[in-house]
Design a protein around this ligand. Structure first.
Ligand SMILES: [Zn+2]
Length: 607
């Protein structure tokens, strides 16, 4: 496949140079799109993917494995159903599951795989990712046909908006991250082709037997971005049309709770559209709505893992429904999709919260990352993916029974977004938000600076940050001191203890002129605690250590009848391994994210 205007294979150096030129010429990077008004709505800003690399630890391990996994997917198989619809030669095996021409939603996740590959490529510099993005986008464009409809033809697909939104995501990321300006024109062609099929107004998701069964309200986030990228006003018209104001954002902004009984993931991901609406439109109701949503989700809907929505449905609070779900279903959290929604919401809220920031959005982000998406069963190589997490007693991690589900697309995007969660920047400095081995390159007041983070956290409590500005540079470094801390964090600078405020739930501030080799040592003692499943069942608890949920490994059948002295009876037995004796049996507790094929139990009766 020839990539027009670009070399067939790039070295990292040529790719970066090309990308920089393309970005400068097109001003397409998401951060560069922000108008001055938008910037004022965003006191903290994300770094670009290319600024952050994961260099070790559990997140990097999963990230590297999935980078390789998505890179290895067969282009012919991914494109087969598109080519079939277009009447083109369609080599390759059928995908199976949701994806085929007679599947649940044919070809639905192609755009998400393209998006994930562009994001992996942007952070790692892997030219093979960008090449695959180019190839997939070009071959997708070749299936558009004279009507520009590609796979989105009324006779094959009732989920027009659901699939279209993913096409937009892939094309936006191809244009902004994989240096493919042609993707902007394809965006407009795809929209033009879909226009005759789109609902005249937005609607809330309604029953499958009551069409149109679709999710218009997931689209505005990408529509606003596509509008800025293409200058095509048709995108902003649609973004306005499909904002779910009446059913979701207006009630939230008033402090009312619209969640009970709603489909969980699609309404949670719609909050990203409200966040984007705040940035673009500046109407404060959207910011109020997502703040209120975060409060409802984290205080009334959430399991200890950070997941929500048993049977994909938000519960009615104060009725013990989370507790009841432990015995009535095994489908407790639609994990890759839900984690995508929860991590994006948390990042938007971190960006929108002015200093002095509290850490609750970041604390919850860390909880969701460790216990949901990091904890999923790795996909196999033929379309079997994780979907539901189960919090019932004596369970195992399983694949979804149908191949290539929705979660195969969001898994790529969520994990490829890991680098975005680690660091944020403000006008006066740098926020260190997540503790995991990594490298950040940033520019503060014109001084190129590298920050290296080394740690075995959460297996150990110590984190070391080494700064290397090209020349001495004055800025603040803000360290997240998580809200779950019960003893003081300690902060050392170049070996000397600092007497700075490091209270739980705040960011500790180190403001000075930094010199190459300056070293910060942070210690975060991670205590155990228990968290009740809901307020009607205070005796049914999960075991938490800092942000990490611990579960009982290979539980005996009697464990459920036992009352455990948690966390008082725990004894250390190895790195991130603790034991408790009861009735002559030893229970082993390890982090949920370290469980592989073993049986485990997540909730316990507390003595
Ligand atoms: Zn899903």
């Amino acid at each position: 496949m020839t990539v027009i205007g670009l070399p067939m294979r790039w070295t990292r150096r040529t790719f970066v140079a090309t990308a920089v030129e393309a970005t400068a010429a097109l001003t397409v990077a998401p951060r560069i799109l922000a108008s001055p008004a938008e910037s004022s709505r965003e006191p903290l800003r994300q770094f670009d993917y290319a600024d952050v690399q994961l260099t070790g630890g559990p997140f990097a391990q999963q990230y590297d494995a999935l980078h390789a996994h998505y890179l290895a997917l067969s282009n012919d198989r991914l494109l087969k159903v598109y080519r079939q619809r277009a009447g083109l030669p369609a080599p390759g095996r059928d995908m199976g599951g949701w994806y085929d021409i007679d599947g649940f939603v044919p070809g639905h996740s192609l755009g998400q795989y393209i998006s994930g590959l562009a994001r992996f490529g942007a952070s790692t510099g892997d030219a093979a990712c960008h090449q695959k993005v180019h190839d997939l986008v070009e071959d997708f464009a070749a299936t558009l046909g004279p009507e520009n409809q590609s796979i989105l033809r009324p006779q094959t697909n009732l989920w027009i908006c659901y699939t279209l939104d993913k096409h937009f995501a892939g094309l936006i990321d191809a244009a902004t991250l994989s240096s493919m300006p042609a993707a902007r024109d394809i965006l407009s062609r795809v929209l033009a082709g879909a226009q005759p099929l789109l609902p005249a107004r937005g609607h809330d998701r309604i029953g499958k037997k009551d069409p149109p069964y679709d999710e218009t309200y997931v689209m505005p986030e990408n529509l606003f971005t596509a509008a800025a990228l293409t200058g095509n006003p048709a995108f902003s018209d649609l973004a306005h049309r499909y904002l779910l104001d009446r059913e979701l954002f207006d009630p939230l902004a008033r402090g009312a709770d619209p969640f009970p009984g709603q489909h969980a993931y699609s309404h949670a991901i719609a909050l990203s559209s409200a966040a984007r609406a705040w940035l673009v439109l500046g109407d404060p109701k959207y910011k109020q709505a997502i703040h209120q949503a975060f409060d409802f989700l984290t205080t009334q809907q959430q399991f200890a893992s950070g997941g929500w929505g048993p049977n994909e449905t938000f519960v009615t609070p104060h009725r013990g429904e989370l507790y009841n779900s432990l015995s009535t279903t095994v489908d407790h959290f639609e994990t890759p999709c839900g984690a995508y929604a929860a991590t994006k919401l948390a990042r938007y809220l971190i960006r929108f919260t002015p200093a002095p920031a509290d850490t609750r959005h970041a604390d919850n982000l860390e909880r969701v990352l460790f216990n949901t998406v990091l904890a999923v069963k790795p996909p196999d190589s033929d379309g079997d993916y994780p979907y539901y997490s189960t919090y019932s007693p004596a369970t195992t991690k399983v694949f979804y029974p149908k191949k290539w589900p929705c979660c195969s697309g969001t898994l790529a995007q969520t994990v490829a977004d890991y680098p975005l969660n680690l660091y944020f920047q403000s006008d006066d400095g740098l926020y260190v938000n997540l503790y995991t081995p990594s490298r950040l390159r940033f520019n503060y007041a014109g001084t190129p600076t590298e920050l290296k983070q080394e740690t075995r956290y959460p297996a150990e409590d110590n984190i070391t940050l080494t700064l290397r500005p090209a020349s001495p540079a004055a800025f603040a470094v803000y360290l997240r001191i998580p809200g779950w801390l019960t003893q003081s964090a300690t902060v050392r600078l170049n070996g000397n203890a600092l007497s700075i405020a490091a209270s739980p739930g705040t960011y500790a501030t180190l403001r000075r002129t930094w010199r190459a080799g300056d070293r910060i040592d942070l210690t975060l003692p991670q205590p155990f605690r228990t968290e009740a499943i809901d307020e009607l069942h205070p005796e049914t608890v999960a075991l938490m250590r800092g942000s990490v949920q611990y579960v009982a490994l290979n539980p005996t059948p009697e464990l459920n009848q036992q009352r455990l002295a948690l966390p008082a009876g725990l004894k250390p037995a190895g790195p991130q391994i603790f034991t408790e004796n009861y009735s002559g049996n030893e229970i082993i507790f390890i982090p949920l994210h370290r469980v592989r094929n073993e049986t485990y139990t997540s909730y316990f009766s507390k003595a």
